[in-house]
Ligand binder design. Structure first.
Ligand SMILES: [Zn+2]
Length: 295
């Protein structure tokens, strides 16, 4: 297993009181180092994604806009999304960390990975920042896998409490990437209705599982298993990527859901058994939104 972790991720600073703050990365340092020691997982620093790698999913003008915005000192991109001078470099390393996981799996060095990145990525679309996100880390990683192999079929599973609108937008018309999102609904950002299923060549490769606030955890777990059944009927992934937000945890101050820590482990195991043990090269998770009550 590979764990990607980098002190650089603390250099993307947000205004005081912002839920997506550098302390989130700090809170994971000791936990991940301990996990690596106990499990024998490899620990690596992040590499930067190149402009070309970012531009597989983002418009060139958008990448240049973020680069210039940060070079000029940064500020507020919208009411939620902020950048400082260092943020462009940090964000390109977050996307690079996700690519590193994919390369690790594709090279057969191991079958599982986790990247403790920030800023998160799943709200960033082809040409817009949104919801704390600058570049869409998981999307950049999925596009990397597709660029390396025309036979790649990537399943992205997003269980963050917020709909992964950016990831959906990027792959909405593409058949080689299946996007499964389970999220609170109605809830910010407002997208992710069950009727959103893809378009054109991508019809049927987007599956949204909207959950009302306060859905009992057993119901969430059952909905997840049913969704995996539906994915397995139509899609055989060669790679599984997880947009791993943890804000469906019952203690999360932003989400309104009921999951316990063990549920995230359970869902990870279900994905593993369903797809990795059935032929996918491996599975890797990228941090998205997370519980902030302790930091
Ligand atoms: Zn979230």
């Amino acid at each position: 297993m590979l764990i990607v972790q980098d002190p650089l991720f603390k250099k993307h600073r947000t205004p005081d009181g912002h839920p997506e703050r550098p302390a989130r990365a700090g809170a994971l340092d000791a936990v991940l180092e301990d996990a690596a020691r106990r499990s024998g997982a490899a620990l690596e620093r992040a590499r930067a994604a190149s402009d070309e790698e970012l531009q597989r999913v983002h418009a060139q003008a958008y990448v240049e806009r973020i680069k210039r915005f940060c070079a000029e000192g940064g500020g507020a991109l919208d009411a939620d999304t902020h950048a400082v001078a260092e943020s462009f470099e940090v964000a390109r390393h977050a996307a690079g960390a996700a690519i590193q996981l994919v390369e690790y799996l594709l090279e057969g060095r191991g079958r599982a990975g986790f990247a403790a990145v920030r800023p998160p990525g799943h709200h960033a679309g082809p040409d817009y920042p949104m919801g704390f996100c600058l570049f869409n880390n998981v999307a950049v990683a999925a596009a990397h896998a597709c660029a390396k192999s025309p036979a790649a079929r990537v399943l992205i599973v997003d269980w963050d409490a917020h709909h992964g609108n950016g990831t959906q937008d990027i792959f909405y018309e593409r058949a080689e990437v299946f996007f499964l999102s389970m999220h609170q609904f109605p809830f910010w950002p407002g997208t992710g209705a069950a009727s959103e299923t893809g378009r054109g060549a991508g019809r049927g490769t987007t599956l949204n599982v909207p959950l009302p606030a306060g859905t009992p955890r057993e119901r969430i777990r059952a909905a997840f298993r049913e969704a995996l059944d539906r994915v397995a009927e139509v899609f055989e992934p060669t790679l599984v990527l997880v947009s791993a937000g943890f804000d469906m945890h019952r203690l999360d101050p932003l989400g309104g859901q009921t999951l316990e820590a063990e549920d995230f482990g359970g869902m990870t195991r279900e994905l593993w058994e369903r797809f990795v043990l059935k032929g996918a090269a491996g599975m890797a998770s990228c941090l998205e939104g997370a519980t902030t009550w302790r930091v």
